[in-house]
Design a binder for this molecule. Structure first.
Ligand SMILES: *Cc1c(COP(=O)(O)O)cnc(C)c1O
Length: 393
């Protein structure tokens, strides 16, 4: 490992050299089953032919031009995203935190436009919104913030999945302009609202009553991950702002802040921008990703396979003490243990399996959307053996 890389990651000692579908190979030729997909990025798996072709052709034609010109691929991707979501306008950037920065700026400008002096956004415990100063300040995890104070002001925090806590803030604070929330918390431990659609519906009502923007961070939950193109589509409501990134470009960096109604009209020329955001190459990757999801029926597949994995995991862990719950929203899958289990990442790697552990004790699986049931069976077999071994020690 180079001494010239900043020491920002606890890295596993493996270097991958190629991939195909849900499989990866390291430089020694060892094969791995990928149940992480670059943290919900490689939805189409590795080396998807449609994606590879689209990127190759676009790179040969035009990789980048400035946003001071019109960009055909960007316009097309914006149209597709709005058609799919029922939203109105898109701002393109390069990552999830940047998409959330755009959302936060929209909320503040929206507030100032209404004469709110100190526009404030409600955010949640255990949330994750990114690593820039504003998004780490919005994030509900002290570990992400510590050492980087002073934090950005203008956020109030409430427990996730607690509508009364939001109503209470509404009574106390006249500076609130928006709520920013993940429909399913990813980094926080695959936290799914108890009452299904009720939580987002309730937030929608509160936001409407007070003239606040409902802003959904779908950076992880979006792009078919939970079994619909966007997680909010399970609920019957629409947000005012939705942020996307991870799965959108299948590995080519792209982020999007998608807005509706007044939120879509808030930015005016000069208010926001990005050099790379929405360049032809990234947008070609986005379009190829959406094409593949539609042509291969990956939304319905993610829903079905996620539920199947949940059932299979629940069955193999039946009566195993140490496993607290198995939960999923499509292919966002969490297996909560009664003890810290970060060690499992390394043990799984040694057994040829890529997984993640988050919130100390939750095994997080975010497999490629293209995983087959046979591959999922292999995942269940290998992971259950590892977890039982780990718990018995
Ligand atoms: C990963 C993630 C982000 C941050 O995305 P980056 O591309 O790493 O900046 C923001 N929100 C959620 C919900 C995420 O999962």
């Amino acid at each position: 490992m180079s001494q010239h890389l900043m020491n920002t990651y606890g890295r596993q000692p493996v270097t991958f050299v190629k991939g195909q579908g849900v499989w990866l190979w390291d430089e020694r030729g060892n094969q791995y089953l990928d149940a992480l997909a670059g943290v919900a990025v490689n939805g189409l798996g590795h080396a998807h032919p449609g994606l590879v072709k689209a990127i190759g052709e676009q790179a040969a034609r035009l990789i980048h031009v400035s946003n001071i010109y019109t960009i055909a691929e960007q316009a097309k991707l914006a149209d597709r995203l709005c058609e799919l979501s029922g939203m109105d306008r898109v701002f393109f950037c390069n990552s999830g935190c940047e998409a959330n920065e755009a959302a936060i700026k929209i909320a503040r400008l929206y507030g100032h436009n209404k004469g709110v002096e100190n526009p404030t956004i409600i955010v949640m415990d255990k949330s994750f919104h990114g690593r820039t100063m504003a998004t780490l300040s919005a994030t509900g995890n002290r570990k992400v913030q510590v050492g980087f104070e002073p934090l950005v002001q203008g956020f109030v925090r409430v427990p996730f999945d607690d509508l009364d806590a939001v109503r209470h803030v509404a009574e106390q604070d006249s500076n609130i302009v928006a709520v920013l929330v993940e429909p399913v918390q990813g980094e926080g431990g695959i936290n799914i609202p108890k009452d299904g659609a009720g939580y987002l519906k309730g937030l929608r009502e509160i936001c409407d009553k007070h003239g606040w923007l409902l802003m959904l961070d779908e950076v992880q939950s979006g792009i078919a991950r939970t079994g619909t193109m966007f997680a909010f589509q399970h609920t019957g409501i629409k947000p005012d702002v939705m942020t996307l990134a991870k799965g959108l470009g299948s590995g080519v960096p792209i982020g999007a802040c998608v807005a509706r109604g007044v939120a879509a009209e808030t930015f005016k020329p000069g208010n926001h921008g990005s050099t790379f955001g929405g360049n032809p190459l990234a947008c070609a990757a986005g379009l190829a990703t959406l094409d593949a999801i539609e042509n291969e029926g990956l939304c319905a597949h993610a829903e079905k396979l996620g539920d199947w994995i949940n059932q299979a995991m629940t069955a193999v862990f039946q009566g195993v003490s140490g496993v607290v719950t198995v939960r999923n929203a499509g292919l966002m899958i969490g297996i909560e243990l009664d003890r810290p289990c970060g060690e499992l990442v390394k043990l799984a790697l040694e057994a040829g399996l890529l997984i993640n552990v988050t919130a100390d004790s939750v095994i997080r699986l975010l497999p490629p959307l293209v995983m087959t049931q046979d591959e999922a069976q292999q995942l269940v077999d290998r992971l259950s053996a590892l977890v039982k071994q780990f718990l018995s020690e």
